[in-house]
Design a protein around this ligand. Structure first.
Ligand SMILES: [Zn+2]
Length: 465
């Protein structure tokens, strides 16, 4: 049995790993690389393996850095089945369609510019909507903690990862030449006590653990400080008569902010100002949340049991039409605008940032992870001016960061997850973390008694039995 790491090595995007068991190849995740545009584009166009050699794929969750290249995989010859949870399958149908739309628009933009420059080069999208439809027919959904044989000698069980709706840690019971092994791939580990999702589940008897390390060296503020911090930011901005602009991932973060705002309005902790979710994708995803109460924890069930929609309140408006989005630019009254993309790389958030980032009355509220080289990272680190749509804009708005909204386990939560797996774990591989985070988490694990912790090399194959 071997594992080969094809992405998310010493970085947080492009999650994909290949497990070889009894001559069969299992692909764990097939994500997009994100960050530096040209480099990401090149890597996403050229999968570092032949898709036709993969027998089966298992998907941990719907985030694009884990799922984004599934249509490319199928387009380039993968003929197998893709196993995931029910909620992830539903989310993928929305998120991959959205991704296809972006690929098509990007290719059109590139080709238009090339034509203007008199160049002959033309590109095709990495994939389009037809490719997404083709890949969706390969999905097979199973529930958490239901064990399914997916290949001879390979049994799959998903456990709740509590990271985003439908997210799972992938547990594989493997058998080869009479030897048995329990293998666990973390996907992305979430947090205990999140307001919507049930807590993470740690299976027992795991021997090989491939773990994410996104926040291996950082601590988040406690989840229960979310409401108070969010109320403070909104109250201060409203007093300045400004707008609160929240770049948010369409999946999970947007719904958690909506749910937090609902409670703040109910408890009268913030004034009655309008809230706009200006993202067609976030709007559709919020509907998918309504379809998956099996993922809810008690806190949300209190609302649903009383026939109340946890993702709706007076003053909340979901905007889909472009004209309605543009109309917000003309408004000067205090409001909250939640828009994607979460790292400010694309989408309607760019228009809102362009229109609001140079006004000192406004607040840009960062609530999610910002990868290297993204506009979100530049805003987060305090650049005095930023480039948006090719123009420099001075940053005059107040920049606030609420890391309590993170959907990733922090250093202590990662360690808690590892500890609850117990002492059967004999080898750990750390992926999905920038260098300093992965190194720091490795040190922490060694200090806590793990002897064999490896930050793997890209494309290198490791024996696991
Ligand atoms: Zn994720």
């Amino acid at each position: 049995m071997k594992i080969q790491f094809m992405g998310a090595v010493r970085e947080v995007t492009g999650s994909m790993h290949i497990l070889t068991v009894g001559g069969k190849r299992i692909l764990l995740d097939c994500g997009f690389f994100q960050g530096r545009r040209e480099e990401s584009n090149r890597m996403n166009r050229n999968l570092p393996f032949d898709p036709s050699t993969i027998d089966v794929m298992v998907l941990s969750h719907a985030h694009i850095d884990h799922s984004g290249n599934i249509p490319g995989l199928v387009k380039k010859g993968f003929k197998g089945v893709i196993y995931t949870t029910f909620a992830t399958r539903d989310l993928c149908s929305l998120m991959l369609m959205d991704s296809a739309y972006i690929q098509v628009k990007d290719a059109e933009f590139f080709n238009r510019k090339a034509e203007e420059r008199g160049e002959k080069d033309r590109i095709t999208p990495i994939y389009d909507e037809a490719d997404v439809r083709a890949c969706l027919s390969r999905f097979v959904a199973i529930d958490y903690q239901v064990t399914l044989p997916i290949l001879p000698g390979v049994n799959l069980t998903f456990y709740n990862a509590a990271h985003v709706l439908g997210s799972a840690v992938v547990c594989l019971d493997l058998e080869e030449d009479g030897k048995n092994l329990r293998f666990l791939f973390s996907g992305d580990i979430g947090r205990w006590g999140l307001p919507i999702l049930k807590d993470p589940v740690c299976p027992q008897g795991v021997e090989i653990f491939v773990s994410e390390s996104t926040y291996g060296d950082r601590l988040h503020d406690p989840i229960d400080s979310r409401g108070e911090s969010l109320a403070r930011v909104i109250n201060e901005t409203t007093q300045r008569k400004g707008k609160v602009i929240i770049p948010s991932f369409a999946l999970e973060r947007a719904q958690e902010i909506i749910f937090a705002l609902k409670k703040l309005f109910q408890d009268k902790q913030i004034p009655k100002i309008p809230v706009y979710v200006d993202s067609p994708l976030a709007t559709s995803i919020t509907q998918v949340f309504r379809m998956h109460p099996e993922c809810y924890d008690e806190e949300v069930l209190v609302f649903t049991n009383h026939q109340d929609n946890p993702f709706s309140f007076d003053g909340l408006e979901f905007i889909t039409r472009v004209e309605d989005s543009k109309a917000l630019n003309e408004r000067t009254d205090p409001m909250v605008i939640i828009a994607a993309s979460g790292m400010c790389e694309a989408g309607r958030i760019l228009h809102h940032l362009r229109n609001n980032i140079s006004n000192e009355h406004n607040t840009i509220l960062i609530v999610g992870f910002q990868a290297h080289y993204t506009l979100g990272r530049k805003i987060l680190r305090g650049d005095s001016e930023v480039r948006i749509f090719g123009m420099m804009h001075p940053v005059e708005a107040k920049i606030e960061v609420l890391n309590s909204f993170s959907g990733h386990a922090d250093r202590n939560e990662l360690l808690r997850y590892r500890t609850e797996l117990g002492d059967t774990v004999r080898k750990i591989f750390l992926v999905h973390g920038e260098d300093e985070q992965a190194e720091a988490y490795r040190t922490l694990l060694m200090e806590n008694g793990d002897k064999d912790v490896t930050i793997p090399e890209l494309y290198k194959e490791y024996e696991i039995i």
